[in-house]
Ligand binder design. Structure first.
Ligand code: ZN
Length: 195
């Protein structure tokens, strides 16, 4: 999924400012899919097969068909939301929760707060989010930096083999931030042992 923008997203316009706005904006699965479409194809549907830009034929709520070449696709194809039975609305709620918890989020905590049916589902969601949050082309640190601390659940970085491994353990880490228009974690250093 290629979502790139040179414009810094604006709270309240590009994404909700608070939980009430989240509930209003993402009140239905259709609203969530429309939001993803707006992110992915801001100029309108772009066929992933032939590249033509024109409104797609909708054969179902999810399925989009290119009017030019007949290629069938979905807005979630090729994204972290692909090939999952979890509704996009639950994915977005998980993203909200994940980004709002300074103390870190464990798969068990996510399962509980979202009422997910299985631990595996929560673990898979967290795993996909964490992979997506690392920019492969990130630069080296330079200029003025800030250092802060936060907490990360580390025991579910790898799939636990037994229920013992599912305990909600967190570890304190240092997070180094670059001062500038965008602030994002660059370096994570474990400074306390798990458990
Ligand atoms: Zn096409």
């Amino acid at each position: 999924m290629d979502i790139q923008s040179s414009v810094t997203p604006e709270a309240g316009k590009d994404y909700p400012r608070n939980w009430n706005e989240f509930l209003d904006r993402f009140a239905s699965e259709e609203a969530c899919l429309a939001y993803l479409e707006g992110l992915r194809w801001p100029q309108g549907f772009v066929c992933p097969s032939c590249g033509v830009v024109q409104p797609a034929y909708r054969s179902s709520r999810l399925r989009l068909m290119c009017r030019s070449c007949g290629h069938q696709s979905t807005v979630t194809a090729g994204t972290i939301f692909d090939k999952t039975r979890t509704p996009v609305r639950v994915w977005l709620a998980a993203a909200w929760y994940l980004t709002k918890q300074k103390q870190g989020v464990s798969a068990l905590g996510l399962q509980r707060v979202l009422g997910l049916g299985s631990y595996q589902t929560a673990w898979t969601m967290l795993h996909r989010f964490r992979r997506a949050m690392v920019r492969p082309d990130r630069d080296r640190l330079k200029g003025q930096v800030e250092v802060d601390e936060t907490y990360l659940a580390i025991t579910d970085r790898e799939e636990p083999l037994s229920p013992v491994g599912r305990k909600n353990k967190t570890t304190k880490v240092l997070v180094v931030l670059v001062k500038g228009n965008l602030i994002f974690p660059i370096v994570v250093i474990q400074i306390s042992p798990p458990g």
